[in-house]
Design a binder for this molecule. Structure first.
Ligand SMILES: [Zn+2]
Ligand SMILES: [Zn+2]
Length: 857
């Protein structure tokens, strides 16, 4: 059995050579209760450290029947700390089955013993030891904490799984802090530390007395020393910068590997150690939103709570007094220096110019040395892992942000504080330095709406968000200025998420529901199959369309048969009034082809995941273009697939235009997507028309074709734009450099055969590669006698449908035979449609052996 040592030891206190009257292992049933006896293996033994105080446990002192006196080496220590506990005396029920008088299991206030200091001059000082004041009971009952003693060991942070000594399951791990006990749960032996202030330190103490008053007390050890205040009270949290060797600092990995072994405290506890973040504070207002800090190679920020006499112990062997951090006269802080404590309570208000009402925003704040400053009611250290944190926080790498409703309370340090406030794509992002003084009570930040797409009828949407509660989704949507959040329930193996939030009718955030009517949340479903594809069924009414997933892992449970097709889910969603989107287009993709050819898809989704800078993936566009080239007009929408704190809703988003004079409702938004007047964007906004017709429209030209006028406007309040391109049938027809913030133009484009025309906008942050930042849904220009047809693309689509058939025919786990036959018919129907069209167009494709190709010839 190893001794319990809860950290490094303070040199200010020393164990008193104290021997009791019984060996722990010799305790017997007559002396202590069965519960205490059962827990004896968990008691402190040998050389222990508790709350940074050294104790030497030899024999323990059973204080029960008669007074005991222990002689000690003379000491003038002002503090004596006792490591002790008391036995449990079960409550007796009275004749009515109740407990009376009721002091609680811990017997609050019961006089357990007197402890006595014997001085060399023959005088004594006596302390009353009362239960739940100076001593607790060996078996802890929840909520019955003590008023003047602390349980051992000291509280500590919970570490990442690879370093955490106890089994802490992920839910509890989110707490990141625990009041440790010798053993969790029942059967623990909890010892308590109580500090007795010696009223006469000018006289030597030569003996300790222990006089029982009621029940049984077990004293394990005593320590004594010189500290300026009770050694069991730590000060409020504080931070310091500590220099460590580079290889140590660089071994830090958020959520995977901490640095807690490298800086420890004796009379206190280190809460966290993270690499110091270097932000461009000097030029903060000129830097861009979301720009991430750089990690210091050799400095960490240590957050701690400690007694004023505590020492830091570094793994390098160095030792520094916490008190030196407050010592202005210290010559230099070469290894450790203080961080201004965040003690000024400030209300932060964010308003929009011309209004006094607070508005939801995304907020980041840090202090002079890059330390993150969260609001009081938000995470100080959000967890970026998948499904592990659905709080209103954002981890953009090391740049931590939080979603706030517009007015929030923070503790800020005096001096400069660096704020970043953003709200979507139409409001100018703000980075601002604010000086906080002792007179600062409120900070008001005014935002300005600089782009006005919303006023022109455009509404924004994220088609794809997981795990958040509808309330949090509403806040995040409002803070990112996303008008519609589609929160998708789904299945992940044996995990079902948001299924209880789905009711097939409620739209959260409407005025009738008490919201502002501008930021809506609707729960839909993402139904998934790992080979055939994923499909987002949104805004539908009635019962949930289930099963949510089929066909086994990675999406559904082991052993689930393939019992429904994407095309069937799509049809059911439409029957229930919903909108059908192919998410994170194109993968997984096999059945996408059939569903699109059957014209059951309302939109394809360009997806950002949590990457702010990748832009719209040419891989996704290339797949979409195949369908457009063959005349299947399906608009593009934007969705993030948010599944954790590293995603921001609306990173990529859908803009859809409501018809003039149409009030914004969830249904109106669905209609706008169906009408296909949409674009997707990472920031740049656009308007685009061909021969006066908007995106999603179809124009017909006579067989001789003609020239169409293309007009466009683009604007960006966030990412600087570089170029716009006119995409015609999947190729760049025109390209033009643009001003970074706003531009417009016009092209005359000859059209000889049927063509689709779309606008693509490229953009670039200075420190990132250029990306495809926005893309419109096309305008379709049909030239009579020249149908849309691209044989090579049609062939790849056909092959995909063949693939879907091959899968359900061979390795897909089978549902009932009838179901398989029905599904096969659906796929054959899609196959036949496209196949016949290819032959009509005079294209004789090579037939594959993979399918039986029943309808050919
Ligand atoms: Zn998916
Ligand atoms: Zn998803």
């Amino acid at each position: 059995m190893s001794a319990i040592q809860d950290g490094p030891v303070s040199s200010l206190l020393s164990p008193i050579d104290f021997d009791g009257n019984v060996e722990l292992d010799a305790l017997i049933r007559d002396q202590i209760s069965p519960d205490m006896l059962e827990a004896v293996e968990h008691a402190h033994r040998g050389d222990c450290v508790a709350w940074g105080i050294p104790f030497r446990v030899q024999k323990v002192l059973l204080v029960r029947d008669e007074a005991q006196k222990v002689d000690i080496a003379p000491t003038t220590a002002p503090w004596f700390v006792f490591l002790h506990t008391s036995d449990i005396q079960p409550d007796e029920l009275n004749e009515h089955g109740f407990i009376s008088p009721m002091r609680g299991k811990g017997k609050l206030g019961e006089h357990a013993a007197d402890y006595v200091l014997y001085y060399e001059d023959g005088s004594t000082e006596r302390a009353t030891i009362r239960r739940r004041h100076e001593i607790g009971s060996v078996d802890f009952r929840f909520g019955e904490n003590c008023t003047q003693c602390v349980p051992s060991p000291k509280p500590r942070p919970i570490r990442p799984p690879s370093q955490e000594p106890m089994l802490v399951r992920w839910g509890r791990r989110q707490k990141q802090a625990m009041a440790a006990r010798s053993k969790p749960g029942r059967g623990s032996w909890t010892n308590y530390l109580w500090a007795f202030e010696n009223p006469h330190p000018e006289k030597a103490v030569i003996g300790l007395g222990f006089e029982p008053r009621s029940g049984t007390v077990v004293v394990s050890a005593v320590s004594a020393g010189h500290v300026q205040a009770t050694p069991l009270r730590w000060e409020a949290r504080w931070k310091a910068i500590v220099k460590l060797p580079e290889n140590i600092v660089q071994s830090y990995e958020l959520n995977e590997h901490d640095l807690l072994d490298h800086v420890e405290l004796d009379l206190g506890q280190v809460i966290s150690i993270t690499p110091r973040l270097l932000y461009p504070n000097d030029v903060w207002p000129e830097t861009r939103q979301n720009q991430q800090p750089v990690r210091s190679a050799d400095e960490v920020i240590v957050e701690f709570t400690a007694h004023p006499d505590a020492d830091f112990h570094l793994s390098t062997g160095e030792r520094f007094a916490v008190a030196s951090l407050s010592d202005d006269s210290a010559a230099s802080y070469s290894v450790i220096r203080p961080v201004e404590a965040a003690t000024q309570r400030v209300k932060l208000r964010v308003i929009e110019k011309g209004s006094t009402l607070p508005v939801p925003v995304k907020l980041h704040a840090h202090g002079a040395v890059g330390e993150y400053l969260p609001p009081l009611d938000r995470h100080r250290s959000p967890n970026p892992a998948w499904f592990e944190d659905y709080s209103a926080d954002l981890c953009h790498g090391d740049h931590i942000c939080v979603y706030i409703p517009g007015e929030i309370t923070m503790n800020l340090p005096l001096g400069n504080v660096f704020l970043e406030i953003t709200k979507g794509f139409e409001i100018a992002p703000v980075r601002k330095t604010v000086e906080v003084t002792e007179n600062t009570n409120t900070i008001t930040i005014e935002l300005e709406r600089v782009l006005h797409w919303r006023e022109r009828g455009w509404v924004t949407a994220d088609t794809h968000v997981h795990f958040l509660s509808p309330g949090t989704a509403m806040l995040e949507g409002a803070a990112e200025d996303v008008n519609v959040i589609n929160l998708l329930a789904s299945q992940w193996g044996e995990l079902m998420t948001n299924v209880g939030d789905f009711d097939g009718k409620s739209t959260f955030g409407t005025q009738e529901a008490g919201g502002d009517g501008e930021h809506l949340v609707r729960v839909g479903t993402e139904n998934r199959q790992h080979v055939l594809g994923h499909i987002s069924l949104i805004g539908y009414r009635g019962n949930m369309i289930s099963p949510l997933c089929t066909g086994g892992p990675d999406e559904s449970a082991l052993g689930d048969p393939v019992e429904v097709l994407l095309s069937e889910w799509a049809q059911q969603c439409r029957n229930q009034g919903g909108l059908v989107v192919l998410p994170h287009f194109p993968d997984p993709r096999l059945e996408n082809a059939a569903a699109l050819i059957l014209e059951r898809i309302d939109a394809v989704e360009m997806c950002s995941q949590d990457d702010f800078y990748r832009g719209i993936d040419p891989y996704s566009l290339s797949d979409w273009y195949r369908y457009l080239n063959n005349g299947y007009l399906v608009p593009a929408v934007g969705g993030t697939d948010k599944m954790g704190a590293t995603w921001a809703v609306g990173t990529i988003r859908t803009y859809a235009r409501l018809p003039d004079d149409t009030p914004f409702t969830y249904d109106a938004w669905m209609d706008a997507v169906r009408a296909a007047q949409t674009f997707v964007t990472y920031g740049p906004l656009l308007e685009f028309s061909v021969a006066g017709q908007a995106m999603g429209d179809r124009i017909t030209l006579s067989a001789s074709g003609g020239t169409v006028d293309v007009t466009w406007n683009v604007a960006s309040a966030t990412v600087p734009m570089t170029r716009v391109e006119l995409i015609v049938n999947g190729e760049i027809r025109e390209a033009q450099s643009v001003k970074t913030d706003e531009d417009g133009g016009q092209w005359s484009v000859p059209v000889n055969g049927s063509a689709w025309l779309a606008l693509l906008v490229r953009a670039k942050y200075e420190d990132k590669p250029e990306m495809i930042a926005a893309h419109s849904t096309p305008v379709m220009v049909e030239v009579e006698g020249s149908p849309f047809f691209a044989a090579a693309d049609a062939l790849t689509i056909l092959e995909q449908i063949e693939g879907a058939m091959a899968y359900i025919d061979t390795i897909g786990t089978r549902a009932k035979a009838k179901r398989l036959a029905e599904m096969r018919l659906v796929l054959q129907g899609a196959y036949r449609r496209l196949h016949n069209r290819m032959h009509e167009m005079g294209y004789n494709h090579p037939h594959s052996h993979a399918t039986d190709h029943p309808d050919h010839h």
